[in-house]
Design a binder for this molecule. Structure first.
Ligand code: G4P
Length: 528
């Protein structure tokens, strides 16, 4: 078991989150360069759905292939095994990102220095905060003109509710960007224009009094840096690892991913402070990573790109023990044993069959329909990991069958696509009609296309005016106001795929009304 412990403590599994275009892909690539996982810049293909492709779902299908390859990127750095879990930047795939966040032990948030905190940053950080995930912030694109660093730090606190600790601080910006002071290692790195895309041409100084430093950046900039550092030390709390690990405090670095500047400072600090694989809550108990028995859960399912083979790849995060190839594991929901002869792991961009995997690792299992998101695998214990969230979709449409001969295929297709988490399915109580809810309008095209090509079924949609779905709970099902609510709102009541009651509200106003008129009713925006 000494081996298991050793492997656990050296693993760092994390996700990079950002608003599209802040520089997530570029940063990922630079991290891989440091890890020696790739040899040149430009090797990592962005998995983001390009702007030009927003209405072209064939393009999305193509890019789904790319995103399998970048689902997990692993590399070694300073004796650590680092697993980056990729999250789609496109907001129509936000659900995917939320689920991926259940499999990370920490995150790095990338913010564009000019744009500051953007919409997707806010949503994703909110999810991380709900779960107290440790976060670090990288403020990117310092080679461009942007907001004042102190204003940005304020914005992080106000808009994201973070408690920031700057561990880096920039000297100038844009045309005048001269470098960053690293408060973590107490070094200064000087940005030399023209050092683009190269690693290691950065000059470092240990000491603010170094005369060469003064010569390079000038007395004025040096004076300003001294003043700024004084403010930083006075205004912000000192770094405290315990508080960072609890999600109470977030270190901030500044740099330019494109120029590979400030990335190493971030990485060096990350490998020292970021948490190894953590214990995870299951329905019956807390599961510790160093327990000898294997447990894991499915957080993502990827359909095969080849429509002739309807097999899929289920991504399993290992929570405890050692996962071994060809060993029969217990699929708790189906109550049966399954063996996996070719579990995949991902090294940089290559898939590889592995014999063993450890907590913190992700294995990709070929699946012909056994898995759905949230499923738990164990060595025999009946337990279920909690916390794969479902949020209310943003779009709702009725789905109709267009080919009466293919009703079965359609039902199966909808079942499997919703298992994959492409969309959510609701069934109206009053008439049994099916409603598809998605995070983005784009998904409707994807679903229609895939139903036709993978299942041979044809569907059409019909508009439905729903503002949001709320999961309905109450402490007292016998309360008169609860019963009254169910009666009055009958037309708006549905069941989700797990049979949980859902209220499909048609406006924010009706939500407020329910809250004030039926106090026994609890409307929840999220289900687990
Ligand atoms: P994302 O994954 O978060 O969506 O962002 P991505 O890395 O693709 O970066 C978005 C754009 O920002 C890219 O330019 C990228 O080159 C640029 N970028 C990233 N880091 C920096 C930086 O430090 N400084 C500057 N000036 N730009 C940066 P693009 O023109 O949209 O795409 P591309 O054609 O260069 O790939």
């Amino acid at each position: 078991m000494a081996k298991l412990y050793e492997e656990i403590v050296r693993r760092r599994t994390f996700g990079i989150i950002s608003h599209p275009d802040a520089g997530k892909t570029t940063l990922t690539e630079k991290l891989l360069l440091f890890g020696g996982a790739i040899q040149e810049a430009g090797a990592v293909k962005s998995n983001k759905i390009r702007k030009t492709a927003t209405s072209d779902f064939m393009e999305i299908e193509r890019q789904r292939g790319i995103s399998v390859a970048t689902s997990v990127l692993s590399f070694e750095y300073r004796g650590r095994k680092i697993n980056i879990l990729d999250t789609p930047g496109h907001k129509d795939f936000a659900e995917d990102t939320y689920r991926t966040l259940t499999a990370v032990d920490s995150t790095i948030v990338v913010v564009d220095v000019a744009k500051g905190v953007e919409e997707q940053t806010e949503k994703l950080v909110h999810v991380c905060r709900l779960r107290d995930i440790p976060m670090m912030v990288f403020i990117n694109k310092l080679d461009r003109e942007g907001k004042d660093p102190f204003d940005l730090l304020d914005e992080l606190e106000q808009k994201l509710g973070l408690k920031v600790v700057p561990l880096g601080f920039p000297i100038g910006m844009g045309q005048n960007f001269q470098g960053v002071y690293n408060l973590w290692e107490e070094t200064i790195a000087i940005f030399e224009n023209g050092s683009k895309q190269k690693v290691g041409t950065i000059r470092e100084f240990k000491n603010l009094e170094d005369p060469v430093l003064k010569e390079i950046i000038g007395e004025e900039a040096l004076e300003e840096l001294r003043d700024n550092l004084e403010i930083v030390r006075e205004v912000y709390p000192a770094f405290d690892r315990e508080r960072y690990l609890k999600g109470e405090l977030q270190p901030v670095f500044f740099g330019s991913a494109l120029n590979n500047f400030g990335v190493r400072d971030l990485l060096n600090c990350f490998v020292e402070i970021a948490p190894p694989p953590q214990a995870k809550q299951a329905d019956k108990r807390l599961v510790q990573p160093d327990e000898p028995q294997f447990t894991g859960f499915v957080f993502k399912i990827h359909a095969n790109m080849d429509p002739r083979h309807r097999d899929r790849l289920a991504f399993v995060k290992i929570v405890s023990g050692i996962f071994e190839r060809n060993k029969a594991y217990y699929h708790v929901r189906l109550n049966k044993r399954l063996k996996f002869s070719a579990p995949n792991m991902f090294f940089a961009q290559k898939k590889q069959v592995v014999d063993r995997a450890y907590p913190g690792d992700i294995v990709g299992l070929h699946d012909t329909g056994n898995f759905k998101i949230g499923d738990t695998l164990t060595e025999g214990e009946k337990l279920v990991f909690k916390g794969i969230p479902r949020f209310s979709p943003e779009h709702f449409r009725y789905i109709n069958n267009e080919d009466p001969m293919k009703a079965k295929q359609l039902a199966k297709g909808i079942e499997q696509l919703t298992d994959e988490g492409v969309a959510q399915l609701f069934t109206l109580d009053v008439n049994g009609r099916k409603v598809i809810g998605t995070a983005g309008a784009l998904q409707y095209d994807v679903i229609q296309y895939r139903l036709e090509h993978e299942y041979g079924a044809k569907c059409s949609y019909e508009p439905l005016s729903v503002y949001k779905a709320f999961w309905v709970e109450t402490d007292n099902p016998e309360a008169p106001d609860y019963k009254e609510f169910l009666r009055v709102k009958q037309r708006y009541m549905a069941k989700d795929k797990d049979g949980l009651p859902v209220f499909l509200a048609d406006s924010p106003f009706s939500v407020e009304m329910v809250k004030s008129e039926y106090p026994s009713v609890r409307l929840k925006e999220m289900a687990e």
